[in-house]
Structures are given as structure tokens and as C-alpha cells.
Design a protein around this ligand. Structure first.
Ligand code: T46
Length: 171
């Protein structure tokens, strides 16, 4: 779901669009929209407090919340992309890594604090690994669960990204 006040911070047509050619001639994809977002932190001798409001601290309205926990050592989650879904991941406890890949570039993020998280826009392949003991990954999502939103085959993901590139690339 898009934010009512600010339609979406994502450029028009991102969902269909693939890579852009930068001034330096390097292809960049959706990864440029993904980023670590620092959250408000009310420190208090009684314990700290962090809060998140839809469309204020994260660029979408929250439609679903889920969390990963009791992840065995060495396990990997994810390994797919979403067509439309936006997500925000927080390490509520412990730590883990998130690897993002937009078909052009790949980047690894380490999450280990409950006062910041990683925003992931649509059409980004992701997997999570390196979970510490007791890690809890909280996920805020922009849409209800919908299996048809998943792209679970990496070759298919690359094909879609490249198709988008042919349709939408600019120089
Ligand atoms: C992502 C990482 C962090 C539901 O029924 N409802 C839900 O809301 C979700 C998320 C999953 N499911 C079912 C569907 C599958 O049968 O739970 C099973 C495992 O789901 P999935 O393969 O999506 O789990 P992960 O941990 O590999 O991936 C999930 C998110 O899908 C993904 O977008 O970033 O968590």
C-alpha cells in the first residue's frame, strides 16, 4: 500500500523499470533505493524506546508484520524477490546479514541494532544469513501475504530485470 500523504517516494514506473545508465556509464538498478534507516530512540534509565510510524519513518504504510526467530545456526532465509512488496527489516535481538541484489549490483548489510533497519524496495533479490544465536528479525511489510508477488527463481528474476532494462533504460 502506498502512503496516502506522499504517494510513494519510488520513481514512477520502478516496478516495470530495470537499470538506468548513470553519468559514469555504470548500470544501476533498484538497489539504489534500498537503505539503512535510523529510527527515533528515546533513551531512558528505565530502558530505551523506539517507535515507527507508517509513511513517516519508513516510506510505506504497514499492512503486515511478521518475524523470524529460532533460526538454526547456518540457516539461510529468503532467496527470492518481490514484484511490488516493500519491506523494512530490523534486528530486534541478535544479528544477521541481508544480501541484496538488483541484477546489477550486490550488497551485504549487517543488522545488529533495534533502532535502525533496512528498507528494501520491490524487484530486489534478497537472502538472509549469518544469524546469531537468539536473533529475531522483525519485518514490516507494505502488503498482505501474496504468493504471486514472489519471484523465487533467480534466472527468472534476472530476465525480468533485463526486460525492464530494455523497456525503461535511459541514458
Ligand atoms: C523476506 C524474509 C525476511 C505466510 O503464510 N505469511 C507470511 O506473511 C509470510 C512471510 C510467509 N508465509 C508462509 C509462506 C511459506 O509457506 O511461510 C512460509 C515461509 O515463507 P517465506 O518463504 O516467505 O519465508 P522466508 O523467511 O524465506 O522469507 C520471508 C519473506 O517472504 C521475505 O520477503 O525478506 O522473510
Amino acid at each position: 500500500m502506498l502512503c496516502p500523504r506522499r504517494e510513494s517516494f519510488l520513481p514512477e514506473g520502478l516496478f516495470a523499470m530495470g537499470g538506468l545508465l548513470t553519468a559514469y556509464g555504470r548500470r544501476t538498478g533498484a538497489l539504489r533505493h534500498c537503505r539503512i534507516i535510523q529510527l527515533p530512540r528515546i533513551t531512558d534509565p528505565r530502558g530505551n524506546l523506539t517507535f515507527i510510524e507508517s509513511c513517516r519513518h519508513i516510506p510505506f504504510a504497514i499492512e503486515r508484520v511478521y518475524y523470524l526467530y529460532d533460526v538454526p545456526g547456518g540457516a539461510e532465509r529468503g532467496a527470492h524477490a518481490h514484484r511490488r512488496l516493500q519491506q523494512f527489516l530490523i534486528a530486534m535481538s541478535g544479528s544477521f546479514d541481508v544480501v541484496l541484489d538488483d541484477g546489477f549490483r550486490r550488497r551485504r548489510f549487517h543488522l545488529n541494532r533495534s533502532y535502525y533497519g533496512l528498507y528494501i524496495c520491490p524487484m530486489v533479490w534478497r537472502y538472509l544469513d549469518n544469524f546469531s544465536t537468539g536473533a529475531v528479525c522483525l519485518v514490516l511489510a507494505s502488503e498482505p501475504y501474496e504468493e504471486s508477488d514472489y519471484i523465487r527463481d533467480y534466472a527468472e528474476f534476472l530476465r525480468l530485470v533485463r526486460e525492464g532494462e530494455d523497456a525503461g533504460a535511459v541514458s
